[in-house]
Design a protein around this ligand. Structure first.
Ligand SMILES: Nc1nc2c(ncn2[C@@H]2O[C@H](COP(=O)(O)OP(=O)(O)OP(=O)(O)O)[C@@H](O)[C@H]2O)c(=O)[nH]1
Ligand SMILES: [Mg+2]
Length: 457
């Protein structure tokens, strides 16, 4: 059977970054892609090339018969390609000028310049991948750290899709039972069916959606960076720690208490995760107008932090200001840091619950601090290779709507609402789950439902 794409136009895009490099790849997708490239290609006739083959030759400008570059052309025939359409990839030399000339030749011949993400969009609309996978492709490209990449790769492999399909399947089973029971009553009354079969199963499904929603929080933190705020009274060495972790002099350091006024932010990549590291103005009572504003900003940053690095000066005894900070952090995720471990220690450590010694000046023990940050930030059981994760706000929104529909269904059973109405809520949950992966056609629901009836029940 011939595959019929949903799109008429042939598109062209430069798939590699447009900068000097060894190789550039120009990619085309659509009915005319092989024909178009063949018009500017000297070598074997590409129209006869088999799928998944590479042909050596030259790109030339037919207007003046001038050779432009020596190239390798890969052919992927429909439907066995990324977009399910005919796809051609030209590997040319990686100069910006050469790449642009070839690209422009193809546009002159009638290829349309691809929009960002259009190849993946076609892959989705032509039924090659589901929505979560399409989004995962972007996530793989955007991943700034290893954990984010792990999540994207596991989504690419369809892990969340499998979970969603199985939840949908279980909802369909309930809907089917409701319908079957109306036609061939297996249970004496609707109430018995609801209480013995429907309610417990809806509850289970709802709990699973809740777990997925809760797990998503880890993913968002990992993708967007963990807001990590360094707090402490003036002069304990917060800016020094910021600079030491970043290996650059981002924040001004002086021996004058109250040096930092504004919050200073920078990204710190710890390999597996990324921190949005924020150095703040030291917290103290002050009459200085500018410093006062700084302290106010610090308080806001504390409120929005995922993690607090509370810093104390090991060379001094704890003061009222330190106790104030301890009070502010006690209910938040935090690590207490005793700085200036290179100096004589005068701090009373019995007042701190858990702490880690460092010296921002000599950089002593900073690796232990980084390890502790990783430990504390990511749930112990965070493992995209074993568990499925929702990976963006759109998917989360659909999952939340599905959960809400299940909540209402359960409430309705409690309130003895008519079973037809409950069935509507279950269908609503089914649709919202379907929108996560993009299969929300009305027919899908009917087909699924129909297949259940055919099981002979
Ligand atoms: N010996 C020693 N001195 C340090 C260490 N860390 C910071 N200092 C010194 O402590 C002083 C204050 O350092 P900062 O990093 O500016 O302190 P801060 O907490 O940012 O201070 P504010 O911005 O005023 O709140 C400077 O003179 C630093 O050189 C350390 O580990 N050991
Ligand atoms: Mg500072």
């Amino acid at each position: 059977m011939n595959f019929k794409s949903l799109f008429d136009e042939t598109i062209v895009g430069i798939s590699t970054a447009l900068e000097k490099g060894a190789v550039s790849i120009i990619r085309l997708s659509g009915n005319n892609s092989i024909d178009l490239v063949n018009k500017v290609f000297k070598g074997k006739n590409l129209l006869n090339a088999k799928s998944h083959t590479i042909t050596y030759g030259h790109i030339y400008d037919s207007k003046n018969d001038k050779i432009i570059d020596e190239v390798l052309v890969s052919i992927f025939r429909s439907p066995r390609s990324y977009t399910k359409e005919d796809v051609v990839e030209i590997n040319c030399h990686g100069g910006i000028l050469v790449t642009n000339i070839i690209f422009n030749l193809l546009v002159e011949l009638g290829a349309r310049i691809a929009e960002p993400g259009e190849f993946t969009k076609r892959a989705f609309f032509n039924g090659r991948i589901d929505l979560t996978k399409a989004e995962a492709v972007m996530d793989v490209i955007d991943a700034e750290n290893k954990k984010a990449l792990d999540v994207a790769n596991s989504t690419m492999n369809g892990s969340i899709k499998k979970v969603v399909l199985s939840l949908q399947e279980r909802l369909i089973n309930i809907i089917a039972q409701i319908n079957v029971n109306i036609d061939y009553p297996e249970y004496d009354d609707v109430e018995q069916l609801e209480n013995e079969v429907i309610k417990p199963e809806i509850k289970k499904i709802k709990i699973e959606t809740e777990e997925i929603i809760n797990r998503a929080k880890d993913v968002f933190k990992i993708k967007s960076g963990i807001n990590t705020v360094i707090v402490g009274k003036p002069n304990v060495g917060k800016s020094s720690l910021m600079n030491a972790l970043l290996s650059e002099n981002k924040a001004i350091v002086t021996s004058v208490p109250g040096t930092t006024r504004d919050a200073i932010e920078a990204k710190l990549n710890l390999g597996t995760i990324t921190l949005n590291l924020i150095d703040t103005a030291g917290v103290r009572e002050t009459e200085d107008v500018v410093e006062k504003i700084g302290v106010q900003i610090t308080k806001e940053k504390i409120a929005n932090a995922d993690l607090l690095l509370a810093m104390f000066d090991g060379n001094k005894e704890l003061t009222e200001e330190d106790y104030d900070i301890l009070e502010q952090i006690k209910d938040k995720k935090h690590i207490s840091i005793i700085n200036k471990s290179d100096l004589e220690q005068k701090i009373d450590i019995t007042k701190l619950d858990k702490y880690i010694y460092v010296s921002a000046k000599t950089q002593d023990n900073l690796d232990a601090l980084e390890k502790e940050i990783l430990n504390i930030v990511i749930s112990k059981d965070f493992d995209p290779s074993k568990t499925s994760y929702i990976s963006n706000a759109r998917q989360l929104n659909c999952m939340q709507k599905a959960k809400e529909a299940l909540d209402i269904a359960l409430e309705s059973i409690e309130n003895q609402v008519d079973i037809d109405i409950i069935e509507l809520y279950l269908k609503d949950a089914w649709f919202n789950l379907g929108s996560i992966i993009g299969n929300v056609e009305d027919d899908d629901l009917l087909d699924n439902l129909f297949s259940k009836f055919c099981l002979g029940k």
